[in-house]
Design a protein around this ligand. Sequence first.
Ligand code: GSH
Length: 188
Amino acid sequence: MRARMALKYADIKYEHREIELRNKPQSMLAISPKGTVPVFASAGFVLEQSMDIMRWALAQSDPEGWAVVDEQVAQAWVKRNDGPFKVLLDQYKYPNRHPELKQEEVLQRALEEMLLPIEKALKEQQYLMGSRLSYVDVAIFPFIRQFAMVDRYRFDSLSLGHLQSWLDQQLQSELFLSVMHKYPSWHD
Ligand SMILES: N[C@@H](CCC(=O)N[C@@H](CS)C(=O)NCC(=O)O)C(=O)O
Protein backbone atom coordinates (compact mmCIF):
# COMPACT_ATOMS: atom_id res chain seq x y z
CA MET A 1 0.00 0.00 0.00
CA ARG A 2 2.83 2.41 0.84
CA ALA A 3 4.50 1.79 -2.51
CA ARG A 4 1.23 2.13 -4.42
CA MET A 5 0.41 5.35 -2.63
CA ALA A 6 3.84 6.88 -3.30
CA LEU A 7 3.73 5.91 -6.98
CA LYS A 8 0.28 7.40 -7.37
CA TYR A 9 1.20 10.57 -5.45
CA ALA A 10 4.28 11.03 -7.64
CA ASP A 11 2.11 10.43 -10.69
CA ILE A 12 4.32 7.62 -11.98
CA LYS A 13 2.82 5.67 -14.86
CA TYR A 14 3.34 1.96 -14.49
CA GLU A 15 1.82 -1.38 -15.21
CA HIS A 16 0.46 -3.07 -12.09
CA ARG A 17 0.66 -6.85 -11.97
CA GLU A 18 -1.03 -8.48 -9.02
CA ILE A 19 0.95 -11.48 -7.78
CA GLU A 20 -0.59 -14.65 -6.44
CA LEU A 21 1.87 -15.35 -3.62
CA ARG A 22 1.25 -19.10 -3.77
CA ASN A 23 2.04 -19.14 -7.44
CA LYS A 24 4.69 -16.52 -8.16
CA PRO A 25 5.34 -16.09 -11.84
CA GLN A 26 8.74 -16.96 -13.22
CA SER A 27 8.92 -13.52 -14.81
CA MET A 28 8.88 -11.99 -11.33
CA LEU A 29 11.37 -14.43 -9.78
CA ALA A 30 13.71 -13.90 -12.71
CA ILE A 31 14.14 -10.23 -11.81
CA SER A 32 13.70 -10.62 -8.05
CA PRO A 33 14.57 -14.08 -6.73
CA LYS A 34 13.76 -13.25 -3.11
CA GLY A 35 10.11 -13.51 -4.03
CA THR A 36 8.46 -10.82 -1.95
CA VAL A 37 6.10 -8.14 -3.15
CA PRO A 38 6.23 -5.36 -4.07
CA VAL A 39 8.82 -5.42 -6.83
CA PHE A 40 9.21 -2.44 -9.11
CA ALA A 41 10.95 -3.01 -12.42
CA SER A 42 12.07 -0.19 -14.64
CA ALA A 43 14.48 0.10 -17.52
CA GLY A 44 17.85 -0.74 -16.01
CA PHE A 45 16.92 -1.25 -12.35
CA VAL A 46 14.74 -3.25 -10.02
CA LEU A 47 13.52 -2.12 -6.60
CA GLU A 48 12.68 -4.94 -4.20
CA GLN A 49 11.74 -3.04 -1.05
CA SER A 50 8.61 -1.00 -0.57
CA MET A 51 10.63 1.78 1.11
CA ASP A 52 12.99 1.92 -1.86
CA ILE A 53 10.01 2.26 -4.18
CA MET A 54 8.64 5.08 -2.03
CA ARG A 55 11.97 6.87 -1.97
CA TRP A 56 12.47 6.49 -5.70
CA ALA A 57 8.95 7.76 -6.43
CA LEU A 58 9.44 10.81 -4.21
CA ALA A 59 12.76 11.55 -5.86
CA GLN A 60 10.88 11.75 -9.17
CA SER A 61 8.16 14.03 -7.87
CA ASP A 62 7.15 15.21 -4.44
CA PRO A 63 4.49 17.89 -4.96
CA GLU A 64 3.49 18.26 -1.31
CA GLY A 65 6.89 17.76 0.30
CA TRP A 66 6.38 14.30 1.80
CA ALA A 67 10.14 13.91 1.98
CA VAL A 68 10.80 17.29 3.59
CA VAL A 69 11.44 15.87 7.04
CA ASP A 70 14.17 15.37 9.60
CA GLU A 71 15.53 12.26 7.93
CA GLN A 72 17.05 10.83 11.09
CA VAL A 73 13.77 10.95 12.99
CA ALA A 74 11.92 9.67 9.92
CA GLN A 75 14.19 6.68 9.56
CA ALA A 76 13.91 5.85 13.25
CA TRP A 77 10.09 5.61 12.89
CA VAL A 78 10.28 3.45 9.79
CA LYS A 79 12.89 1.20 11.35
CA ARG A 80 10.80 0.70 14.47
CA ASN A 81 7.76 -0.04 12.33
CA ASP A 82 9.38 -2.41 9.85
CA GLY A 83 11.44 -4.14 12.54
CA PRO A 84 9.96 -4.81 15.98
CA PHE A 85 6.42 -3.63 15.25
CA LYS A 86 6.13 -5.82 12.13
CA VAL A 87 7.16 -8.84 14.23
CA LEU A 88 4.42 -8.02 16.76
CA LEU A 89 1.90 -7.40 13.97
CA ASP A 90 2.54 -10.87 12.56
CA GLN A 91 2.28 -12.44 16.01
CA TYR A 92 -0.99 -10.58 16.58
CA LYS A 93 -2.42 -11.41 13.15
CA TYR A 94 -1.53 -15.09 13.21
CA PRO A 95 -1.98 -16.28 16.81
CA ASN A 96 -2.18 -19.93 15.69
CA ARG A 97 1.37 -19.68 14.34
CA HIS A 98 2.43 -18.56 17.81
CA PRO A 99 0.51 -20.72 20.28
CA GLU A 100 3.06 -19.90 22.99
CA LEU A 101 2.10 -16.22 22.94
CA LYS A 102 -0.87 -14.63 24.66
CA GLN A 103 -2.56 -12.24 22.28
CA GLU A 104 -3.21 -9.71 25.00
CA GLU A 105 0.50 -9.68 25.85
CA VAL A 106 1.39 -9.15 22.23
CA LEU A 107 -1.03 -6.23 22.20
CA GLN A 108 0.63 -4.76 25.31
CA ARG A 109 4.04 -5.02 23.65
CA ALA A 110 2.71 -3.38 20.50
CA LEU A 111 1.31 -0.56 22.61
CA GLU A 112 4.68 0.03 24.22
CA GLU A 113 6.68 -0.34 21.04
CA MET A 114 4.58 1.63 18.60
CA LEU A 115 0.98 2.52 19.37
CA LEU A 116 1.65 4.66 22.44
CA PRO A 117 4.68 6.42 20.93
CA ILE A 118 2.51 7.30 17.93
CA GLU A 119 -0.28 8.49 20.22
CA LYS A 120 2.20 10.67 22.09
CA ALA A 121 3.62 12.19 18.89
CA LEU A 122 0.14 12.90 17.52
CA LYS A 123 -0.93 14.56 20.73
CA GLU A 124 1.66 17.24 20.01
CA GLN A 125 1.35 17.54 16.26
CA GLN A 126 -1.11 16.53 13.56
CA TYR A 127 1.22 14.11 11.77
CA LEU A 128 4.15 11.96 12.81
CA MET A 129 6.74 14.40 11.50
CA GLY A 130 4.98 17.66 12.27
CA SER A 131 2.11 19.72 10.91
CA ARG A 132 2.13 18.21 7.41
CA LEU A 133 1.65 14.72 6.07
CA SER A 134 4.96 13.05 5.25
CA TYR A 135 6.15 9.79 3.79
CA VAL A 136 6.52 8.49 7.35
CA ASP A 137 2.75 8.63 7.95
CA VAL A 138 2.12 6.95 4.63
CA ALA A 139 4.76 4.27 5.25
CA ILE A 140 3.39 3.41 8.68
CA PHE A 141 -0.40 3.73 8.70
CA PRO A 142 -1.06 0.64 6.53
CA PHE A 143 0.58 -1.48 9.26
CA ILE A 144 -1.49 0.21 11.99
CA ARG A 145 -4.56 -0.44 9.86
CA GLN A 146 -3.75 -4.14 9.72
CA PHE A 147 -3.15 -4.23 13.44
CA ALA A 148 -6.45 -2.48 14.15
CA MET A 149 -8.38 -4.83 11.86
CA VAL A 150 -7.39 -7.97 13.79
CA ASP A 151 -9.82 -7.10 16.59
CA ARG A 152 -11.54 -3.85 15.81
CA TYR A 153 -13.60 -3.92 18.96
CA ARG A 154 -10.55 -4.33 21.21
CA PHE A 155 -8.61 -1.74 19.25
CA ASP A 156 -11.41 0.80 19.52
CA SER A 157 -11.48 0.30 23.27
CA LEU A 158 -7.87 1.49 23.65
CA SER A 159 -7.11 5.04 24.70
CA LEU A 160 -5.61 6.05 21.40
CA GLY A 161 -7.79 8.93 20.31
CA HIS A 162 -5.18 10.80 18.35
CA LEU A 163 -3.92 7.68 16.63
CA GLN A 164 -7.47 6.64 15.76
CA SER A 165 -8.31 9.97 14.12
CA TRP A 166 -4.99 10.00 12.25
CA LEU A 167 -5.68 6.47 11.00
CA ASP A 168 -9.29 7.27 10.05
CA GLN A 169 -8.16 10.36 8.16
CA GLN A 170 -5.71 8.30 6.12
CA LEU A 171 -8.24 5.54 5.48
CA GLN A 172 -10.71 8.11 4.18
CA SER A 173 -8.17 9.91 2.03
CA GLU A 174 -8.73 9.97 -1.68
CA LEU A 175 -5.24 8.63 -2.27
CA PHE A 176 -5.69 5.58 -0.08
CA LEU A 177 -9.16 4.86 -1.43
CA SER A 178 -7.93 5.15 -5.00
CA VAL A 179 -5.14 2.61 -4.52
CA MET A 180 -7.37 0.24 -2.53
CA HIS A 181 -9.58 -0.26 -5.53
CA LYS A 182 -9.20 -3.34 -7.68
CA TYR A 183 -6.70 -2.77 -10.34
CA PRO A 184 -6.98 -2.23 -14.03
CA SER A 185 -3.52 -3.02 -15.31
CA TRP A 186 -2.58 0.47 -16.41
CA HIS A 187 -2.51 3.49 -14.12
CA ASP A 188 -2.88 7.06 -14.93
N1 GSH B 1 10.66 -5.53 3.44
C1 GSH B 1 9.78 -5.90 2.35
C2 GSH B 1 8.75 -6.87 2.86
C3 GSH B 1 7.85 -7.34 1.80
C4 GSH B 1 7.01 -8.50 2.24
O1 GSH B 1 7.21 -9.11 3.29
N2 GSH B 1 6.03 -8.84 1.43
C5 GSH B 1 5.21 -9.98 1.69
C6 GSH B 1 3.77 -9.68 1.42
S1 GSH B 1 3.22 -8.24 2.25
C7 GSH B 1 5.60 -11.08 0.73
O2 GSH B 1 5.83 -10.81 -0.42
N3 GSH B 1 5.73 -12.33 1.20
C8 GSH B 1 6.16 -13.40 0.35
C9 GSH B 1 5.29 -14.59 0.44
O3 GSH B 1 4.33 -14.56 1.21
O4 GSH B 1 5.55 -15.56 -0.29
C10 GSH B 1 9.14 -4.65 1.77
O5 GSH B 1 8.76 -3.77 2.54
O6 GSH B 1 9.02 -4.55 0.55
